[in-house]
Design a protein around this ligand. Structure first.
Ligand code: AMP
Length: 329
């Protein structure tokens, strides 16, 4: 167990040196040390509470992660930083959202590197608890229910996943006392459900979506990409290529989108496609052929031992196409 004292330094100060505001006689260490201050690292509820209370403003945005941070996470942090006075990053591998046959035990754990990214991005507090801190009584008897939207797409392959995800997101919103929370479009169904939870259960939190960050070749960044072998990685490119091909066919209507995307996937037999859908972004129901407007083209599949997901918001109909550029870090 760690002790209950928050560790690290407060952004804006230098280790071992405190200078009052307006102190023009600051010593040389302060003047020359221009490195960003490390975030306060909180491991326990008390440490988080102390670190959170030390922030001088309630304009706090949270970025929730499972660690193994990459440019996608960093982009969420940068976006949050632009608009909010303080940013808290949570790093927590939530056992509640992993099924018994999923990758909880092999999920990459890279805390030191994660902390470097948080430091460079100017994060104020990193909350990195263990499961017993989040679930002191073990499995929580009461959970947030995702409802029917949690049973389709990812929910069909991962029963209970979204209940577990929403339960921890709700808890982390309470514990961090955030006013805003930033999530990636990469996990579109998760984002939709979090928006719904905040609306349906009156969480006073502004949910902000950030477009998917991709590798230069189109692969959506993911902590799970580290599982891919070189040849898996080549295979995995068919997912984003399919989305792009589907979006290019968007002016011709829904079946053209689905056909174009499927044509790319069938050329890659090593990708075991779980689903490829064109759905309404709010209901996740297949859009009918007459539909024109915003839709979500989403794909999931297994490449080697790794399950990958990707999606692209598209405008279906005349002048249509991808609503998200294939951004690069
Ligand atoms: P994770 O650590 O995978 O649970 O992701 C934490 C947050 O980062 C979630 O809101 C994800 O949607 C977001 N995220 C993960 N990968 C990306 C990406 N490539 N682009 C944008 N956001 C991402």
């Amino acid at each position: 167990m760690t002790d209950t004292t928050a560790t690290g330094t407060t952004p804006g100060t230098t280790t071992g040196t405190t200078t009052g505001a307006g102190d023009h006689t600051a010593d040389a260490a302060v003047i020359t040390d221009m490195r960003p201050a490390s975030p306060v690292v909180a491991r326990t509820r008390d440490e988080l509470s102390e670190a959170r209370s030390a922030l001088d403003d309630d304009d706090v945005a949270v970025v929730m992660t499972m660690g193994a941070l990459h440019e996608g996470h960093a982009t969420l942090i940068h976006q949050a930083r632009k608009t909010h006075r303080h940013v808290v990053v949570t790093i927590f591998l939530n056992p509640l959202q992993f099924g018994p046959k999923e990758d909880l035990s092999r999920y990459p754990r890279t805390f030191d590197a994660d902390l470097e990214i948080c430091t460079a991005a100017g994060v104020d507090v990193v909350f990195a608890p263990t499961p017993d801190v989040i679930y002191p009584d073990g499995d929580p008897g009461v959970r947030v229910s995702a409802g029917p939207l949690g049973d389709v797409l990812e929910g069909q392959s991962r029963p209970g996943h979204f209940d577990g995800m929403l339960t921890v997101v709700g808890k982390l919103m309470h514990l961090t006392r955030c006013s805003a929370a930033y999530f990636g479009q990469k996990d579109a169904q998760q984002l939709l459900l979090i928006r719904r939870m905040c609306r349906d259960l009156d969480f006073p939190v502004r949910v902000v979506a950030v477009p998917t960050v991709r590798e230069p070749d189109g692969l959506a960044m993911s902590s799970r990409n580290t599982y891919l072998t070189d040849s898996d990685r080549e295979t995995a490119l068919c997912l984003s290529a399919a989305l792009r091909a589907g979006a290019d066919a968007a002016p011709e209507g829904p079946s053209a989108v689905r056909r174009a995307a499927r044509a790319v996937l069938v050329r890659e037999p090593l990708a075991l496609v779980d689903y490829l859908v064109l759905v309404h972004p709010d209901t996740l129901e297949d859009v009918p052929e007459w539909y024109r407007g915003e839709a979500l083209l989403a794909v999931a599949g297994r490449v080697g031992t790794t399950r990958l997901i990707d999606n692209l918001p598209v405008l279906v109909g005349p002048g249509g196409g991808a609503l998200e550029t294939f951004s690069q870090p």
